[in-house]
Each structure stands twice: as structure tokens, then as C-alpha cells.
Design a binder for this molecule. Structure first.
Ligand code: DAH
Length: 347
């Protein structure tokens, strides 16, 4: 084997051994570069005779062509291998089932709230929203709740480590009743000085908080407050409105309503509203769903209205309880666990 043939073989072996394009280019430089071995051979031509130069020069050129061919082949092979690797890494199995984006759904409590808003909306009730961090005055005093009433105690109410402008601790509202005052005050202010005032007809659904936790109580729960105040609004209106609401909510006429005397500081007289289904799985049991009553004259006064002229009713119902009854859920905590197996049943 001639020295040139040896050199071609050496180049082919070197190229084949180069695992990456960068190393292949280094190998190329060793043969074809400025001080590469082929270049060195060319320099050696100067010492030869014209005849020898011709033949030797042609041989070296042929070697160069061979080395370049080997280089190109190796370049192509490395590129192909790279592409192959990439295709493998990015392989798509088009036979796999598609990854669908799960459709979300409204939380059952949200759905219950929306139903409640729609039903009362159809009866001409406005829907109001208000702060969950309340002042002592709105949560208790304005609602005729005496200073020493147990509802104010730490065992029932969450307090916020901050005081209002009167130096009273702020609280996480333990009921939606403060919204009676807030809404009525704004209404009274809007129509102050005018001959007549449109009736106040509003519901206020929202989150409420109490230090309480078991299967039927959650420290965060939901209530809907209702208020209808005018010059001639009585218990019979409350009964008609509530019966209409509850039959629409449960989509059945097969139920009875009962008012059971009770006590709330902000109503006089006060009543609990119980319902009883005449058919279905809950048939025959009286279930408490709401507090209610005729708004206390002192509360009317705290709203900025004249109790000699204005009278009305209020109620406060537990939304979670209504949702539990409607959807047949027996543990309140399931609503707030965030378990998709539970929640996706309501989509
Ligand atoms: N705020 C009462 C509670 O949380 C519920 C209630 C009772 C609201 C009577 C009312 C009402 O508006 O008139 O237990």
C-alpha cells in the first residue's frame, strides 16, 4: 500500500471515529487544514522534478478528492443520525386517544345561589353584595343585638385583629343580616326628602363565618338574606314570597311550609320557617330552612327610616342547607373539600 493509500485509510478511519460534527471538523483539519497532512504533502512537491511533480501532484489531488468524499459521507451520516434521533425523541403516537381539556362546571353552592337569585329576581327582588369583614355596628348593634348577647362572644364569631373607627373589633360577618342595614340605609339616603320611597325589596346572598365545624356546620358557610320593607308589608307577604321561592327552588308543589315561633333580636315577632316534603326521599320530616320575622322597629330606625311609616319582613336562609336538601348531600364538608369526584357530579 502506498503512503497516499495509507493516508486515505487513516482519514477514513479518523472520520468514522468522529462521533459529532465538531469532532469531524477537527479531524478534517488534521488532513486538509493549513498544516494538515495533505497540505504538508503538497509542500513537499517543490523538491521534485517537473515530471515527478505532475504524477505526484495528480496522485495527491486524487487523494484529496477521496478524503473530501469520505468527509462528505461522514457529514451526511452524522446529520442523518441526528435527524433520526430527533424524530425518535419527538415521536407522536397518532393512535393514542386525544387529551381532552376537561370541561369545568359551577360549584353546587354557586349553582344554588344562581337559582336563588333568579327566583327572587323574578319576584322583583334586587340582588346585593356586601363586605365579609364587618363592623360591630352592622353585624350586631344596628340589628338590635345587645352588647352582652352571646352571639358576640368569641365562641361564635371570628374577630379580625383590627378595629373600626369607633374602636370596636372588626368581625367576619356571622350572618348576612348586616346587608339589611347597608342596603336599606343606601336606599333611604337615595330617596331622602322625597314624598314617597319605592319599596325595599332585596336579597343578599354571600359567605358568612362562625366558629363551628362538624358534618352540618362549616366555619365558612353561605346565607341569603331577604328584606322587603314598604308601607304595608306583612307576614302574609312573607309567606307568599317564601312559599313561591321554596316551591320554585325544589321544583315541586308537594311541600308544606310552617312558621314556628322563635326569637331574633332584629325581628318581632320572629319565626323559624320549616318545610316538609309530601313525597320523595325526605317525605314527612319537618326541616328548618330559615329564620324570619317582622323587622323590629328599632332596626327600621337604624336603617334611617321611620318605623311609624315603614314595616316589613326579613329572612335569613342557609344556602348550604338548601343545596344539601336539593342535591341529596348529607355531609356539608363535601362541598368544601375540593374533591373533583364529588364536584364533577354537578356539572
Ligand atoms: N341572621 C339570622 C341567623 O344567622 C337569620 C335570620 C333570622 C335572618 C331572622 C333574618 C331574620 O333576616 O329575620 O341565624
Amino acid at each position: 500500500m502506498t503512503d497516499l493509500e495509507n493516508l486515505l485509510q487513516a482519514a477514513q478511519a479518523d472520520f468514522a471515529a468522529a462521533p459529532t460534527p465538531a469532532e469531524l471538523e477537527n479531524a478534517k483539519a488534521r488532513f486538509l487544514g493549513k498544516s494538515g497532512r495533505v497540505t504538508e504533502l503538497m509542500k513537499g512537491l517543490g523538491a521534485l522534478s517537473i515530471e515527478e511533480k505532475k504524477t505526484r501532484g495528480a496522485e495527491i489531488n486524487q487523494l484529496k478528492v477521496g478524503i473530501e468524499a469520505a468527509l462528505t459521507a461522514r457529514r451526511d451520516a452524522l446529520a442523518a443520525a441526528e435527524l433520526e434521533k430527533q424524530l425518535k425523541a419527538e415521536a407522536l403516537d397518532v393512535t393514542l386517544p386525544g387529551r381532552s381539556r376537561g370541561t369545568g362546571g359551577l360549584h353546587p353552592i354557586t349553582r344554588a345561589m344562581e337559582r336563588i337569585e333568579a327566583i327572587f329576581g323574578s319576584m322583583g327582588f334586587d340582588v346585593a353584595d356586601g363586605p365579609e369583614i364587618e363592623t360591630d355596628w352592622y353585624s350586631f348593634s344596628a340589628l338590635n343585638n345587645p352588647e352582652n348577647h352571646p352571639a358576640r362572644s368569641m365562641q361564635d364569631t371570628f374577630y379580625v385583629d383590627m378595629k373600626d373607627e369607633n374602636g370596636s373589633w372588626l368581625n367576619l360577618r356571622p350572618h348576612t343580616s348586616p346587608m339589611q342595614i347597608r342596603y336599606a340605609q343606601a336606599h333611604a339616603k337615595r330617596y331622602a326628602g322625597q314624598e314617597t320611597m319605592p319599596e325595599i325589596r332585596v336579597i343578599a346572598p354571600g359567605r358568612t363565618y362562625r366558629v363551628d365545624s362538624d358534618a352540618t356546620h362549616s366555619p365558612m358557610f353561605h346565607q341569603v338574606e331577604g328584606l322587603w320593607v314598604g308601607e304595608n308589608i306583612s307576614f302574609k307577604d312573607l309567606k307568599a314570597v317564601y312559599l313561591n321561592f321554596i316551591t320554585a327552588f325544589f321544583e315541586t308543589d308537594q311541600l308544606q311550609l310552617r312558621f314556628r315561633p322563635s326569637y331574633f333580636p332584629f325581628t318581632e315577632p320572629s319565626a323559624e320557617i320549616d318545610i316538609m316534603f309530601e313525597s320523595g326521599p325526605l317525605k314527612g320530616r319537618w326541616l328548618e330552612v330559615s329564620g324570619s320575622g317582622q323587622v323590629h322597629p328599632q332596626v327600621i330606625r337604624n336603617m334611617g327610616l321611620d318605623p311609624e311609616r315603614y314595616i316589613g319582613f326579613a329572612f335569613g336562609s342557609g344556602i348550604d342547607r338548601l343545596a344539601m336538601l336539593r342535591y341529596g348531600v348529607n355531609d356539608l364538608r363535601a362541598f368544601f373539600d375540593g374533591d373533583l369526584r364529588f364536584l364533577s357530579q354537578f356539572k
